[in-house]
Every structure is written in structure tokens, then in C-alpha cells.
Design a protein around this ligand. Structure first.
Ligand code: SF4
Length: 287
């Protein structure tokens, strides 16, 4: 279903994010205010029901993916019965953005994700399925240590570009140089949060940023927020007009417009490959 908003027409998301807890010191902020309290078990279940069973209909699709955030592994384990009911309501995948240590799995949860911004914290995240390492200005040396540590232990890591200017997103040339140093050692790391012209990621992998509902104790059910509208907006800049990825790239987070990243946006060169095109390597970011 399409939704008409002040930011244009947006498609109804099929992912629901629930910020379960109040405190989330490790989080990479997208701009949501800290809620006044955490969600109760009954509220978690009521919101899952609202965005799945209650929404499913001939002209509307219920959510089938769930992201829970600001939650400890211990609380996840206590909520095992809730995850079981979420599956019965149509949820097929549950990802948890965890606070605190991640030393054990949580039954019923598919993916445990943690943020690592200092190598000292690394050993306490040994049970994480995915580790996000922030790409902050002046901290890329630390980020490199974190990435190498996770990969050396056989884990999965993603370099995560902060979406907000307040979190000091690193400049694009420094991010690409870091990726090249890792690649020279056979370590392939993907980047989240930035377009291919800045990250140097394969342009053929570029997709519009997927939206999701965002609910916390203060924004529940019909008062839930749209993540990419109410929290983060993506904008195109002048350079995008000449870019063949215009139709599939979301651009940059609006918060980056006041950072050096704005001036580092460059159209990628080449033609747009389609999904079945095996010659997509003709396209590359400008250096
Ligand atoms: S120039 Fe604009 S449209 Fe092209 S990859 Fe960069 S941000 Fe996306």
C-alpha cells in the first residue's frame, strides 16, 4: 500500500522495529529521542499484533520482519514466548540490536547485532552474529582494529557510517582507503549508510533504502513513526542529477548536507546494468 506524506509517496514498510528498552548506550543514533521508559511484554506483543495480523488484508500487507533494539540478551531470552507468538502472527525473521555483552544465543531470535567501537569490548561480543563498527571521523584507526579483530575471530562485521552529523561521519576518501587496506589483506568489508559514490561499494549492488515502522514506549501502534521520514530523511544533491544510479540510489542522509561528505558526492560513471546483466563491471565510482 502507498502512503502519501509530506515527504512524498512512500510504500508501507514490511519491517517493524521495536525499541524495547530505554537505555542504549552503544547505539548509533538515527535521531529518535530516548523513550520515557522501556516497553512491557504486553506492549511488545500488542505492537507485533498491530503490524502483522491487524494489518494484513486485500490492500495491505502485514509486517514479516521484526527488529528489536536496546535489549539485552537476558531480556531476549525471557521473551522467548513472545517471539514464538510473533512467528505465529507472520514474522519470518527477528533481528536484535543488543546492548551489553553478547556471549550466548537467544532462542527464537535469528540474528544478534552489536556495535563495537573499541577493541577492548570485542571479547564480550563473541556471540554476536553481526558486529557494526562505526566509521567516525578521527576514529578510523580504531575502527580498523575492531574490524580486524572480529574478522580474525571468524565473525561478520559491517562498517557503519553514522547517519547524523553529530556522530562525526568519516570522510569518504578515508573510508575508501580503510577498505582498500583491508582488501589488500584479503578482508572484504561492506559498508552501510552511504551511497556507492562515497563508499566505493559495487554500484550494481545499490538499492533504495528500505523503510520500517519504528515504535517505542512513547510511539505505539497507530502513533508509530516511519523510520525514513520521521527519523532520517535521504536527499539527492546537485551531483546526483548526472548519475546513472539516480533511479535506484536514495542519496545521502540529510544530516550529511552540512558535512564535507556533501561535496564528496560524485556521479558514478558508466551505464546502468540490469539485474541479469553480467557486464555490470563497466560501472564504477569516480575516485
Ligand atoms: S551521485 Fe547521488 S545518485 Fe549517484 S551514487 Fe552518489 S548519492 Fe547516489
Amino acid at each position: 500500500m502507498l502512503r502519501f506524506t509530506s515527504a512524498g509517496v512512500v510504500r508501507d514498510p514490511t519491517t517493524l522495529q521495536l525499541r524495547v528498552g530505554r537505555s542504549f548506550p552503544e547505539r548509533m543514533s538515527a535521531g529518535a529521542a530516548e523513550p520515557s521508559r522501556g516497553m512491557t511484554d504486553a506492549e511488545i506483543l500488542a505492537n507485533i499484533h498491530h503490524f502483522t495480523v491487524d494489518r494484513a488484508g486485500p490492500r495491505q500487507q502485514g509486517c514479516d520482519r521484526l527488529v528489536v533494539s536496546a535489549v539485552t540478551v537476558q531480556r531476549l531470552r525471557q521473551l522467548e514466548g513472545v517471539w514464538r507468538q510473533a512467528r505465529q502472527a507472520g514474522i519470518t525473521h527477528i533481528r536484535a540490536h543488543v546492548t551489553g555483552a553478547v556471549e550466548q544465543a537467544a532462542e527464537g531470535v535469528d540474528e544478534l547485532v552489536a556495535v563495537l567501537d573499541t577493541p577492548e569490548r570485542g571479547p564480550s561480543l563473541a556471540g554476536a552474529d553481526l558486529v557494526l563498527v562505526p566509521a567516525r571521523r578521527g576514529r578510523l584507526g580504531v575502527a580498523e582494529d575492531c574490524l580486524r579483530q572480529v574478522l580474525a575471530a571468524g565473525g561478520r562485521a559491517l562498517l557503519a557510517w553514522p547517519l547524523r552529523a553529530e556522530e562525526q561521519p568519516a570522510d569518504a576518501p578515508a573510508v575508501r582507503a580503510l577498505l582498500q587496506r583491508l582488501a589488500a589483506d584479503g578482508l572484504v568489508v561492506r559498508v552501510s549508510g552511504g551511497p556507492p559514490c562515497l563508499s566505493g561499494q559495487p554500484p550494481e549492488d545499490c538499492r533504495p533504502v528500505a523503510n520500517r515502522w519504528y515504535a517505542d514506549a512513547d510511539h505505539q501502534r497507530d502513533e508509530a513513526l516511519l523510520f525514513h521520514r520521521d527519523l532520517v530523511r535521504w536527499v539527492k544533491v546537485d551531483a546526483c542529477r548526472a548519475c546513472p544510479l539516480q533511479g535506484r540510489c536514495s542519496g545521502i542522509p540529510s544530516g550529511w548536507v552540512d558535512t564535507p561528505l556533501h561535496a564528496q558526492v560524485r556521479p558514478v560513471v558508466g551505464r546502468i546494468p540490469d539485474a541479469t546483466d553480467s557486464s555490470s563491471a563497466t560501472m564504477k565510482p569516480q575516485s
